[in-house]
Design a protein around this ligand. Structure first.
Ligand code: HEM
Length: 416
Protein backbone atom coordinates (compact mmCIF):
# COMPACT_ATOMS: atom_id res chain seq x y z
CA UNK A 1 0.00 0.00 0.00
CA UNK A 2 1.60 3.39 -1.09
CA UNK A 3 2.87 5.79 1.63
CA UNK A 4 0.07 8.19 2.61
CA UNK A 5 1.67 11.36 1.15
CA UNK A 6 -0.51 14.50 1.00
CA UNK A 7 -0.58 14.34 -2.83
CA UNK A 8 -1.81 10.71 -2.84
CA UNK A 9 -4.49 11.24 -0.14
CA UNK A 10 -7.51 11.59 -2.57
CA UNK A 11 -6.22 8.47 -4.29
CA UNK A 12 -6.20 6.71 -0.88
CA UNK A 13 -9.84 7.53 -0.28
CA UNK A 14 -10.88 6.50 -3.81
CA UNK A 15 -8.71 3.38 -3.70
CA UNK A 16 -10.33 2.25 -0.42
CA UNK A 17 -13.89 3.12 -1.49
CA UNK A 18 -13.33 1.36 -4.83
CA UNK A 19 -12.05 -1.81 -3.12
CA UNK A 20 -15.03 -1.80 -0.73
CA UNK A 21 -17.58 -1.30 -3.54
CA UNK A 22 -16.11 -3.98 -5.82
CA UNK A 23 -15.91 -6.41 -2.89
CA UNK A 24 -19.60 -5.68 -2.27
CA UNK A 25 -20.45 -6.23 -5.94
CA UNK A 26 -18.62 -9.58 -5.89
CA UNK A 27 -20.64 -10.67 -2.86
CA UNK A 28 -23.81 -9.50 -4.69
CA UNK A 29 -23.05 -12.05 -7.38
CA UNK A 30 -22.63 -14.75 -4.70
CA UNK A 31 -25.95 -13.70 -3.09
CA UNK A 32 -27.62 -13.86 -6.52
CA UNK A 33 -26.17 -17.34 -7.14
CA UNK A 34 -27.56 -18.45 -3.75
CA UNK A 35 -30.93 -16.93 -4.77
CA UNK A 36 -30.84 -18.88 -8.06
CA UNK A 37 -29.96 -22.03 -6.08
CA UNK A 38 -33.02 -21.44 -3.86
CA UNK A 39 -35.20 -21.16 -7.00
CA UNK A 40 -33.67 -24.40 -8.35
CA UNK A 41 -34.36 -26.06 -4.99
CA UNK A 42 -38.05 -25.22 -5.46
CA UNK A 43 -37.87 -26.86 -8.91
CA UNK A 44 -35.65 -29.92 -8.25
CA UNK A 45 -35.12 -30.25 -4.48
CA UNK A 46 -31.82 -31.88 -3.38
CA UNK A 47 -32.66 -33.89 -0.25
CA UNK A 48 -29.38 -33.09 1.55
CA UNK A 49 -29.94 -29.33 1.20
CA UNK A 50 -31.61 -27.50 4.10
CA UNK A 51 -33.61 -24.72 2.31
CA UNK A 52 -33.87 -22.45 5.38
CA UNK A 53 -30.10 -22.62 5.96
CA UNK A 54 -29.40 -21.46 2.40
CA UNK A 55 -32.15 -18.84 2.70
CA UNK A 56 -30.32 -17.34 5.69
CA UNK A 57 -27.01 -17.51 3.80
CA UNK A 58 -28.63 -15.70 0.85
CA UNK A 59 -30.31 -12.93 2.86
CA UNK A 60 -27.23 -12.27 5.05
CA UNK A 61 -24.92 -12.17 2.01
CA UNK A 62 -27.29 -9.78 0.21
CA UNK A 63 -28.01 -7.49 3.17
CA UNK A 64 -24.60 -7.36 4.79
CA UNK A 65 -22.01 -8.29 2.15
CA UNK A 66 -23.60 -6.43 -0.81
CA UNK A 67 -25.73 -3.55 0.46
CA UNK A 68 -23.80 -2.73 3.66
CA UNK A 69 -20.44 -2.86 1.82
CA UNK A 70 -21.80 -0.61 -0.96
CA UNK A 71 -23.15 1.92 1.58
CA UNK A 72 -19.78 1.80 3.36
CA UNK A 73 -18.05 2.57 0.02
CA UNK A 74 -20.31 5.62 -0.54
CA UNK A 75 -19.69 6.70 3.09
CA UNK A 76 -15.89 6.47 2.62
CA UNK A 77 -15.97 8.33 -0.72
CA UNK A 78 -18.44 11.09 0.17
CA UNK A 79 -19.25 11.30 3.91
CA UNK A 80 -16.10 10.38 5.89
CA UNK A 81 -13.53 12.96 7.00
CA UNK A 82 -9.88 12.38 6.04
CA UNK A 83 -8.80 11.29 9.53
CA UNK A 84 -11.52 8.62 9.65
CA UNK A 85 -10.13 6.66 6.66
CA UNK A 86 -7.64 4.44 8.59
CA UNK A 87 -10.40 3.38 11.02
CA UNK A 88 -12.82 2.66 8.16
CA UNK A 89 -10.16 0.55 6.47
CA UNK A 90 -10.08 -1.64 9.65
CA UNK A 91 -13.91 -1.70 9.66
CA UNK A 92 -13.79 -2.97 6.06
CA UNK A 93 -11.37 -5.81 6.88
CA UNK A 94 -13.34 -6.91 9.97
CA UNK A 95 -16.62 -6.91 8.04
CA UNK A 96 -15.18 -9.14 5.29
CA UNK A 97 -14.00 -11.66 7.90
CA UNK A 98 -17.59 -11.67 9.23
CA UNK A 99 -19.12 -11.92 5.73
CA UNK A 100 -16.89 -14.83 4.70
CA UNK A 101 -17.54 -16.54 8.06
CA UNK A 102 -21.33 -16.24 7.61
CA UNK A 103 -21.12 -17.55 4.04
CA UNK A 104 -19.11 -20.54 5.21
CA UNK A 105 -21.38 -21.36 8.16
CA UNK A 106 -25.04 -20.44 7.44
CA UNK A 107 -25.53 -22.98 4.58
CA UNK A 108 -24.36 -25.84 6.82
CA UNK A 109 -25.73 -24.92 10.25
CA UNK A 110 -28.33 -22.15 9.89
CA UNK A 111 -28.49 -20.06 13.10
CA UNK A 112 -25.87 -21.74 15.31
CA UNK A 113 -22.55 -21.00 17.05
CA UNK A 114 -20.34 -19.98 14.11
CA UNK A 115 -22.98 -18.15 12.05
CA UNK A 116 -24.17 -16.24 15.15
CA UNK A 117 -20.56 -15.44 16.11
CA UNK A 118 -19.75 -14.01 12.69
CA UNK A 119 -23.06 -12.09 12.44
CA UNK A 120 -22.36 -10.67 15.92
CA UNK A 121 -18.86 -9.62 14.76
CA UNK A 122 -20.51 -7.88 11.79
CA UNK A 123 -23.06 -6.16 14.03
CA UNK A 124 -20.53 -4.87 16.59
CA UNK A 125 -18.22 -3.61 13.82
CA UNK A 126 -21.12 -1.73 12.19
CA UNK A 127 -21.82 -0.10 15.59
CA UNK A 128 -18.25 1.26 15.66
CA UNK A 129 -18.63 2.55 12.07
CA UNK A 130 -22.06 4.08 12.84
CA UNK A 131 -20.85 5.82 16.02
CA UNK A 132 -17.84 7.34 14.22
CA UNK A 133 -19.90 8.58 11.25
CA UNK A 134 -22.73 9.79 13.51
CA UNK A 135 -20.36 11.97 15.54
CA UNK A 136 -18.40 13.38 12.60
CA UNK A 137 -19.02 13.50 8.84
CA UNK A 138 -18.52 15.84 5.92
CA UNK A 139 -22.20 16.34 5.06
CA UNK A 140 -24.16 19.64 5.03
CA UNK A 141 -26.66 19.99 7.98
CA UNK A 142 -29.75 18.47 6.30
CA UNK A 143 -27.78 15.60 4.74
CA UNK A 144 -26.27 14.97 8.19
CA UNK A 145 -29.77 14.84 9.72
CA UNK A 146 -30.89 12.17 7.22
CA UNK A 147 -27.61 10.25 7.60
CA UNK A 148 -27.84 10.29 11.42
CA UNK A 149 -31.45 9.09 11.21
CA UNK A 150 -30.32 6.26 8.90
CA UNK A 151 -27.56 5.29 11.37
CA UNK A 152 -30.01 5.34 14.33
CA UNK A 153 -32.44 3.09 12.41
CA UNK A 154 -29.54 0.73 11.65
CA UNK A 155 -28.62 0.58 15.34
CA UNK A 156 -32.28 0.11 16.41
CA UNK A 157 -32.66 -2.77 13.91
CA UNK A 158 -30.17 -4.89 15.85
CA UNK A 159 -32.65 -5.21 18.73
CA UNK A 160 -34.38 -7.82 16.53
CA UNK A 161 -31.55 -10.40 16.20
CA UNK A 162 -30.42 -9.66 19.79
CA UNK A 163 -33.91 -10.70 21.01
CA UNK A 164 -33.73 -14.09 19.25
CA UNK A 165 -31.38 -15.63 21.83
CA UNK A 166 -33.49 -14.74 24.93
CA UNK A 167 -36.70 -15.71 23.07
CA UNK A 168 -35.15 -19.09 22.23
CA UNK A 169 -34.05 -19.55 25.85
CA UNK A 170 -37.61 -18.75 27.00
CA UNK A 171 -38.86 -21.41 24.55
CA UNK A 172 -40.70 -18.80 22.56
CA UNK A 173 -39.17 -19.93 19.25
CA UNK A 174 -42.67 -20.80 17.90
CA UNK A 175 -44.34 -17.66 19.31
CA UNK A 176 -45.16 -14.73 16.98
CA UNK A 177 -42.50 -12.71 18.84
CA UNK A 178 -39.69 -14.78 17.27
CA UNK A 179 -40.83 -14.02 13.70
CA UNK A 180 -41.62 -10.42 14.69
CA UNK A 181 -38.04 -9.98 15.92
CA UNK A 182 -36.74 -10.91 12.45
CA UNK A 183 -39.31 -8.59 10.80
CA UNK A 184 -38.32 -5.81 13.26
CA UNK A 185 -34.68 -6.16 12.06
CA UNK A 186 -35.58 -6.21 8.38
CA UNK A 187 -38.03 -3.27 8.69
CA UNK A 188 -35.49 -0.87 10.24
CA UNK A 189 -32.77 -2.12 7.88
CA UNK A 190 -34.51 -1.64 4.52
CA UNK A 191 -37.24 0.95 5.33
CA UNK A 192 -34.94 2.88 7.69
CA UNK A 193 -31.15 2.45 7.22
CA UNK A 194 -31.16 1.75 3.42
CA UNK A 195 -33.78 4.36 2.40
CA UNK A 196 -32.67 7.23 4.69
CA UNK A 197 -29.00 6.65 3.73
CA UNK A 198 -29.86 6.90 0.01
CA UNK A 199 -31.94 10.04 0.66
CA UNK A 200 -28.93 11.53 2.54
CA UNK A 201 -26.72 10.76 -0.46
CA UNK A 202 -29.22 12.40 -2.86
CA UNK A 203 -29.14 15.55 -0.68
CA UNK A 204 -25.31 15.42 -0.68
CA UNK A 205 -25.31 15.05 -4.49
CA UNK A 206 -27.97 17.62 -5.37
CA UNK A 207 -26.46 20.90 -4.05
CA UNK A 208 -29.92 22.37 -4.64
CA UNK A 209 -31.52 24.70 -2.05
CA UNK A 210 -35.03 23.99 -3.41
CA UNK A 211 -34.53 20.24 -3.14
CA UNK A 212 -33.08 20.64 0.34
CA UNK A 213 -36.15 22.59 1.47
CA UNK A 214 -38.34 19.81 0.08
CA UNK A 215 -36.38 17.14 1.98
CA UNK A 216 -36.46 19.31 5.14
CA UNK A 217 -40.25 19.62 4.91
CA UNK A 218 -40.67 15.89 4.22
CA UNK A 219 -38.34 14.73 7.02
CA UNK A 220 -40.84 14.56 9.94
CA UNK A 221 -43.42 12.72 7.78
CA UNK A 222 -40.93 10.16 6.43
CA UNK A 223 -39.39 9.53 9.88
CA UNK A 224 -42.70 9.18 11.78
CA UNK A 225 -44.01 7.14 8.84
CA UNK A 226 -41.06 4.73 9.03
CA UNK A 227 -41.52 4.26 12.79
CA UNK A 228 -45.30 3.69 12.58
CA UNK A 229 -45.20 1.48 9.49
CA UNK A 230 -43.29 -1.10 11.56
CA UNK A 231 -46.82 -2.12 12.60
CA UNK A 232 -47.41 -3.51 9.11
CA UNK A 233 -44.98 -6.34 9.91
CA UNK A 234 -47.32 -7.42 12.75
CA UNK A 235 -50.70 -7.34 10.93
CA UNK A 236 -50.53 -11.11 10.20
CA UNK A 237 -50.39 -11.77 14.01
CA UNK A 238 -53.93 -10.32 14.44
CA UNK A 239 -53.07 -8.63 17.77
CA UNK A 240 -55.59 -5.73 17.44
CA UNK A 241 -57.15 -3.36 14.88
CA UNK A 242 -54.87 -0.71 16.41
CA UNK A 243 -51.95 -2.42 14.62
CA UNK A 244 -53.70 -1.92 11.25
CA UNK A 245 -54.48 1.68 12.25
CA UNK A 246 -50.85 2.42 13.14
CA UNK A 247 -49.69 0.80 9.89
CA UNK A 248 -52.23 2.81 7.88
CA UNK A 249 -51.25 6.08 9.58
CA UNK A 250 -47.56 5.30 9.02
CA UNK A 251 -48.05 4.61 5.33
CA UNK A 252 -50.14 7.80 4.88
CA UNK A 253 -47.40 9.88 6.54
CA UNK A 254 -44.80 8.31 4.21
CA UNK A 255 -46.97 9.11 1.17
CA UNK A 256 -47.33 12.74 2.35
CA UNK A 257 -43.54 12.99 2.77
CA UNK A 258 -43.03 11.40 -0.63
CA UNK A 259 -45.64 13.79 -2.15
CA UNK A 260 -43.84 16.84 -0.73
CA UNK A 261 -40.53 15.77 -2.33
CA UNK A 262 -41.95 14.73 -5.70
CA UNK A 263 -44.21 17.78 -5.97
CA UNK A 264 -41.00 19.80 -5.94
CA UNK A 265 -38.68 17.32 -7.70
CA UNK A 266 -40.78 17.32 -10.88
CA UNK A 267 -39.84 20.78 -11.85
CA UNK A 268 -36.29 20.13 -10.62
CA UNK A 269 -35.87 17.19 -12.98
CA UNK A 270 -33.86 19.61 -15.03
CA UNK A 271 -31.64 19.88 -11.96
CA UNK A 272 -29.26 17.26 -10.52
CA UNK A 273 -30.94 14.23 -12.18
CA UNK A 274 -30.78 15.82 -15.63
CA UNK A 275 -27.13 16.63 -15.07
CA UNK A 276 -26.41 12.91 -14.73
CA UNK A 277 -25.29 10.84 -17.75
CA UNK A 278 -28.06 8.83 -19.47
CA UNK A 279 -27.55 5.43 -17.74
CA UNK A 280 -27.32 6.85 -14.21
CA UNK A 281 -30.41 8.97 -14.93
CA UNK A 282 -32.47 5.92 -15.95
CA UNK A 283 -31.23 3.85 -12.97
CA UNK A 284 -32.12 6.66 -10.54
CA UNK A 285 -35.53 7.06 -12.17
CA UNK A 286 -36.20 3.32 -11.68
CA UNK A 287 -35.08 3.62 -8.03
CA UNK A 288 -37.39 6.62 -7.46
CA UNK A 289 -40.32 4.89 -9.19
CA UNK A 290 -39.84 1.74 -7.08
CA UNK A 291 -39.59 3.90 -3.93
CA UNK A 292 -43.01 5.43 -4.72
CA UNK A 293 -44.35 1.90 -5.42
CA UNK A 294 -42.96 0.76 -2.04
CA UNK A 295 -44.88 3.54 -0.24
CA UNK A 296 -48.06 2.78 -2.23
CA UNK A 297 -47.83 -0.98 -1.46
CA UNK A 298 -47.30 -0.25 2.25
CA UNK A 299 -50.50 1.84 2.14
CA UNK A 300 -52.44 -0.82 0.22
CA UNK A 301 -51.12 -3.58 2.50
CA UNK A 302 -52.54 -1.75 5.53
CA UNK A 303 -56.08 -1.63 4.14
CA UNK A 304 -58.55 -4.24 5.45
CA UNK A 305 -59.08 -6.90 2.75
CA UNK A 306 -55.78 -6.15 1.04
CA UNK A 307 -53.72 -6.91 4.17
CA UNK A 308 -54.20 -10.66 3.44
CA UNK A 309 -52.32 -10.04 0.20
CA UNK A 310 -49.41 -8.57 2.17
CA UNK A 311 -49.08 -11.74 4.22
CA UNK A 312 -49.01 -14.02 1.13
CA UNK A 313 -45.40 -15.44 0.88
CA UNK A 314 -45.05 -14.55 -2.80
CA UNK A 315 -46.23 -10.96 -2.21
CA UNK A 316 -43.94 -10.61 0.83
CA UNK A 317 -40.90 -11.82 -1.17
CA UNK A 318 -42.01 -9.60 -4.07
CA UNK A 319 -42.20 -6.54 -1.80
CA UNK A 320 -38.83 -7.27 -0.19
CA UNK A 321 -37.10 -7.61 -3.57
CA UNK A 322 -38.91 -4.54 -4.93
CA UNK A 323 -36.96 -2.54 -2.34
CA UNK A 324 -33.67 -4.52 -2.56
CA UNK A 325 -33.52 -4.95 -6.35
CA UNK A 326 -35.70 -2.00 -7.46
CA UNK A 327 -34.77 0.86 -5.10
CA UNK A 328 -31.45 0.09 -3.41
CA UNK A 329 -29.47 -1.81 -6.08
CA UNK A 330 -30.15 0.49 -9.10
CA UNK A 331 -29.23 3.52 -6.92
CA UNK A 332 -26.00 1.80 -5.82
CA UNK A 333 -25.09 0.79 -9.40
CA UNK A 334 -25.66 4.42 -10.46
CA UNK A 335 -23.28 5.48 -7.65
CA UNK A 336 -20.73 2.90 -8.80
CA UNK A 337 -20.77 4.27 -12.36
CA UNK A 338 -20.73 7.93 -11.21
CA UNK A 339 -17.63 7.22 -9.09
CA UNK A 340 -15.92 5.41 -11.93
CA UNK A 341 -15.91 2.17 -9.91
CA UNK A 342 -17.84 0.57 -12.80
CA UNK A 343 -17.01 1.53 -16.43
CA UNK A 344 -19.82 3.38 -18.22
CA UNK A 345 -19.45 1.06 -21.25
CA UNK A 346 -21.76 -0.67 -23.77
CA UNK A 347 -21.49 -3.83 -21.64
CA UNK A 348 -22.61 -1.90 -18.56
CA UNK A 349 -25.59 -0.45 -20.43
CA UNK A 350 -26.60 -3.91 -21.75
CA UNK A 351 -26.06 -5.54 -18.35
CA UNK A 352 -28.16 -2.83 -16.64
CA UNK A 353 -30.96 -3.27 -19.17
CA UNK A 354 -30.90 -7.06 -18.68
CA UNK A 355 -30.88 -6.53 -14.91
CA UNK A 356 -33.94 -4.24 -15.01
CA UNK A 357 -35.81 -6.55 -17.43
CA UNK A 358 -35.21 -9.72 -15.35
CA UNK A 359 -36.08 -7.80 -12.17
CA UNK A 360 -39.37 -6.60 -13.72
CA UNK A 361 -40.31 -10.13 -14.87
CA UNK A 362 -39.58 -11.57 -11.40
CA UNK A 363 -41.60 -8.89 -9.64
CA UNK A 364 -44.54 -9.19 -12.07
CA UNK A 365 -44.78 -12.94 -11.41
CA UNK A 366 -44.29 -12.62 -7.62
CA UNK A 367 -47.21 -10.13 -7.40
CA UNK A 368 -49.40 -11.80 -10.07
CA UNK A 369 -49.66 -15.11 -8.14
CA UNK A 370 -51.28 -13.69 -4.95
CA UNK A 371 -53.34 -11.16 -6.96
CA UNK A 372 -54.74 -14.01 -9.08
CA UNK A 373 -55.88 -15.88 -5.93
CA UNK A 374 -57.68 -12.75 -4.75
CA UNK A 375 -59.28 -11.87 -8.09
CA UNK A 376 -59.93 -15.21 -9.89
CA UNK A 377 -57.50 -14.15 -12.66
CA UNK A 378 -56.30 -17.10 -14.73
CA UNK A 379 -53.58 -19.22 -13.07
CA UNK A 380 -50.11 -18.51 -14.45
CA UNK A 381 -48.48 -21.81 -15.46
CA UNK A 382 -44.75 -22.57 -14.93
CA UNK A 383 -44.24 -19.80 -12.35
CA UNK A 384 -41.31 -21.65 -10.64
CA UNK A 385 -39.59 -22.05 -14.01
CA UNK A 386 -40.20 -18.39 -14.99
CA UNK A 387 -38.91 -17.18 -11.60
CA UNK A 388 -35.81 -19.36 -11.92
CA UNK A 389 -35.11 -18.11 -15.45
CA UNK A 390 -35.58 -14.48 -14.34
CA UNK A 391 -33.25 -15.05 -11.37
CA UNK A 392 -30.64 -16.62 -13.70
CA UNK A 393 -30.81 -13.59 -16.02
CA UNK A 394 -30.37 -11.28 -13.00
CA UNK A 395 -27.34 -13.30 -11.96
CA UNK A 396 -25.93 -13.08 -15.51
CA UNK A 397 -26.40 -9.29 -15.57
CA UNK A 398 -24.57 -8.90 -12.23
CA UNK A 399 -21.69 -11.08 -13.53
CA UNK A 400 -21.54 -8.84 -16.63
CA UNK A 401 -21.48 -5.71 -14.44
CA UNK A 402 -18.62 -7.20 -12.42
CA UNK A 403 -16.55 -7.56 -15.62
CA UNK A 404 -16.85 -3.77 -15.95
CA UNK A 405 -15.56 -3.07 -12.44
CA UNK A 406 -12.46 -0.86 -12.41
CA UNK A 407 -10.09 -2.63 -10.04
CA UNK A 408 -7.16 -0.35 -10.80
CA UNK A 409 -7.26 3.39 -9.90
CA UNK A 410 -4.46 4.44 -12.25
CA UNK A 411 -6.14 2.80 -15.24
CA UNK A 412 -9.43 4.40 -14.16
CA UNK A 413 -7.78 7.83 -13.97
CA UNK A 414 -6.06 7.25 -17.31
CA UNK A 415 -9.36 6.20 -18.92
CA UNK A 416 -11.19 9.08 -17.06
C1 HEM B 1 -29.91 -10.91 -7.15
C2 HEM B 1 -30.95 -11.45 -7.18
C3 HEM B 1 -31.72 -12.17 -6.10
C4 HEM B 1 -32.34 -13.36 -6.24
C5 HEM B 1 -32.33 -14.25 -7.46
C6 HEM B 1 -33.01 -13.65 -4.98
C7 HEM B 1 -33.77 -14.78 -4.75
C8 HEM B 1 -34.42 -15.07 -3.55
C9 HEM B 1 -35.22 -16.26 -3.31
C10 HEM B 1 -35.47 -17.36 -4.31
C11 HEM B 1 -35.70 -16.18 -2.04
C12 HEM B 1 -36.58 -17.21 -1.30
C13 HEM B 1 -38.02 -17.01 -1.66
C14 HEM B 1 -38.94 -17.93 -0.88
O1 HEM B 1 -38.50 -18.66 -0.02
O2 HEM B 1 -40.15 -17.87 -1.15
C15 HEM B 1 -35.20 -14.94 -1.47
C16 HEM B 1 -35.48 -14.52 -0.19
C17 HEM B 1 -34.91 -13.40 0.37
N1 HEM B 1 -34.02 -12.53 -0.25
FE1 HEM B 1 -33.40 -12.58 -2.16
N2 HEM B 1 -32.78 -12.63 -4.09
C18 HEM B 1 -31.98 -11.71 -4.73
C19 HEM B 1 -31.49 -10.54 -4.18
C20 HEM B 1 -31.67 -10.16 -2.89
C21 HEM B 1 -31.15 -8.93 -2.31
C22 HEM B 1 -30.31 -7.90 -3.07
C23 HEM B 1 -31.53 -8.92 -1.00
C24 HEM B 1 -31.25 -7.92 0.10
C25 HEM B 1 -30.49 -6.89 0.02
C26 HEM B 1 -32.29 -10.14 -0.75
C27 HEM B 1 -32.83 -10.48 0.46
C28 HEM B 1 -33.70 -11.55 0.66
C29 HEM B 1 -34.42 -11.81 1.92
C30 HEM B 1 -34.35 -10.96 3.17
C31 HEM B 1 -35.19 -12.96 1.72
C32 HEM B 1 -36.18 -13.60 2.71
C33 HEM B 1 -35.48 -14.37 3.71
C34 HEM B 1 -36.43 -15.09 4.68
O3 HEM B 1 -37.58 -15.28 4.44
O4 HEM B 1 -35.86 -15.43 5.72
N3 HEM B 1 -32.37 -10.86 -1.92
N4 HEM B 1 -34.41 -14.28 -2.41
Amino acid sequence: MPIDTPSSRPHNRDRLARAVFITGLSFFLIAALLGIFLRLQALEPIAAVNYRHFLHAHSHAAFLAWVFNALLAVSIQHFATEDQLPAFRKVFYLLQIANLGMLASFPFQGYAFWSISFSTLHMTTTFAFAWKLFRKNALPPLGRQYLRTALVFMAISSVGPLALGPLGALELRDSPWYTLSIYFYMHFQYNGWFVFFLLASVIALSHSKKLESAFAAAYPFLTAGCLLSLAQAAIWANFSYLVNLASLLGSILQLIGCGIIFSRIQNLDAGFIARLPYLQRQLLRVALACLILKFVFQFAGSLPGLDVLASHRSAAIGFLHLVFLGVVTPALIAWGISNNWIRNSKTTVTASALYLLSFAIGEAVLFYVPAATLTQWPHLPHTPEILTAAAALTGLSIAALLTQARFNLERAVECG
